[in-house]
Design a protein around this ligand. Structure first.
Ligand code: PNS
Length: 162
C-alpha cells in the first residue's frame, strides 16, 4: 500500500492545504496528515482544535487520516513506517527552504523521499500566517479557508486578544 505523510502546522488549515491533500489523496492509497503539536510560533489553535478542523474539512476523503507528532518528522515517519512526504510548493521562494528540509529529512532517515505538489495559482498567495493577520484585523477570509475554519477564527479572535 502506498502511504504518504502530509505534514504541517495547519494553524489554521487553508483552502491551499486542502487542495494539496486532495490531490495527494488521488495518488496514494492512504494519506496521513501529520499535525505538528508544537510549531515554532505560538499557534492560534490548540493541537486538538487543529486536528478537529482538519478532520472536518477533509471528511470527504476516505483515505485520509489525521495524526500528530511532536519533535522530528523523521521520527514520526519511522514510527509509522512511511517513506514518502508530500509537501505543497506555492512559489520559488518556498522551494529553497523546502529543498533544505527535504534533504535534511533524507539525511536523518535515508530512504525518506519528499514529493512536491505545486499549488494551484488560485492559492499561490495563501498562507496560514496571512489568513490569521487578515482575520485578526477584522478582514474577511471567506473563500480562503473553509466556512468552518472561518467561523472558528472569528470566535478565536473575538474571544482572545491575540
Ligand atoms: O505548515 P508548516 O509550518 O510549514 O510545517 C512545517 C513542518 C511542521 C512540516 C516542519 O517544520 C517540520 O517538519 N517540523 C518538524 C521538526 C523537524 O523534523 N525538523 C527537521 C526538518 S528539516
Amino acid at each position: 500500500m502506498a502511504v504518504a505523510l502530509c505534514p504541517g502546522s495547519f494553524d489554521p488549515p487553508t483552502n491551499g492545504h486542502i487542495d494539496v491533500i486532495e490531490r495527494a489523496a488521488r495518488y496514494f492509497d492512504r494519506i496521513v496528515v501529520a499535525v505538528i503539536a508544537n510549531p515554532t510560533k505560538q499557534p492560534l489553535f490548540t493541537l486538538d482544535e487543529r486536528k478537529d478542523l482538519l478532520a472536518d474539512v477533509l471528511s470527504h476523503l476516505d483515505n485520509v487520516e489525521i495524526g500528530s507528532f511532536d519533535g522530528l518528522l523523521v521520527d514520526f515517519a519511522r514510527q509509522r513506517e512511511i517513506s514518502i512526504v508530500v509537501k505543497g510548493l506555492r512559489a520559488v521562494s518556498d522551494f529553497e527552504y523546502e529543498l533544505q528540509m527535504a534533504q535534511m529529512n533524507a539525511a536523518l532517515l535515508p530512504g525518506l523521499d519528499t514529493l512536491f505538489v505545486t499549488s494551484k495559482p488560485t492559492w499561490a498567495f495563501l498562507s496560514s500566517s496571512l489568513v490569521k493577520e487578515v482575520a485578526r484585523f477584522g478582514g474577511s477570509v471567506e473563500g480562503l479557508v473553509p466556512p468552518l475554519v472561518e467561523k472558528a477564527m472569528k470566535e478565536a479572535y473575538g474571544g482572545r486578544d491575540t
